[in-house]
Write a new protein. Structure first.
Length: 87
């Protein structure tokens, strides 16, 4: 039995799912987009404390999620900030 290359495996997966007309580049873009979304969710759960909400009520839950997302965005902006000299 021959070992399939990753490209052959992807094409076979697309054919099995009925997406024969979809190009490989579209599949790769969608796959990478999904991986990015899952990475963001994972970071929110690990680093920003979104794994478990101990606050009671819908309004408190919304505030908890909002504060976790703001903390994640601030950490992301700090990491992406260009290096500048302080005066």
């Amino acid at each position: 039995m021959a070992v399939a290359t990753p490209l052959q495996a992807i094409k076979k997966l697309l054919l099995c799912r009925g997406v024969s007309g979809t190009s490989l580049t579209v599949y790769r873009k969608l796959r990478n987009f999904r991986a990015g979304i899952e990475a963001g969710i994972s970071c929110l759960k690990r680093a920003c404390g979104l794994g478990r909400c101990t606050w009671r009520g819908l309004d408190h839950f919304k505030a908890y999620v909002w504060s976790s997302v703001v903390a994640y965005n601030l950490a992301l902006f700090a990491r992406l900030r260009p290096d500048r000299r302080r005066w």
